[in-house]
Design a binder for this molecule. Structure first.
Ligand SMILES: [Zn+2]
Length: 131
């Protein structure tokens, strides 16, 4: 598992530094939350997972599986997907908003960051609304 995560750190670092530069403050490596989300906005009760398309089974070009050992990869990726779903459910049941950012979406960082910021702004409304 930790091996999988380390492969995903590059896009994650990119998002972090972009968000930081735009004034967003967050925590990382919050182990008390299900799945140890990549980026945590405590006050907004919002987390971001940055997923590598291949390992997390995204249906896109980057998520294309090798033609060899198909059953092996299918099983491995299916396990990851189930784990993703489970941690998202757990977080949601604790009142957290979850945003998944896919590696392939970062080919256009401007669009990606705008999407993330829109989600965070919506979280603010959420937080204010619930008092
Ligand atoms: Zn993708």
């Amino acid at each position: 598992m930790s091996r999988v995560r380390r492969r995903d750190t590059k896009p994650e670092m990119m998002i972090r530094s972009l968000l930081h530069a735009r004034g967003w403050r967050y925590r990382v490596g919050v182990k008390s939350l299900p799945g140890t989300p990549d980026i945590v906005f405590s006050r907004l009760k919002t987390v971001i997972f940055v997923n590598g398309c291949f390992w997390h089974g995204h249906v896109c070009k980057l998520g294309t599986r090798p033609k060899t050992r198909e059953a092996f990869w299918a099983a491995k990726i299916e396990t990851n997907k189930l784990r993703d779903n489970r941690k998202n459910d757990e977080l949601a049941s604790r009142g957290w908003r979850v945003l998944t950012v896919w590696q392939c979406e970062l080919s256009n960082t401007d669009v990606a960051i705008r999407g993330i910021e829109a989600f965070l702004e919506a979280s603010k409304q959420h937080t204010i609304g619930s008092g």
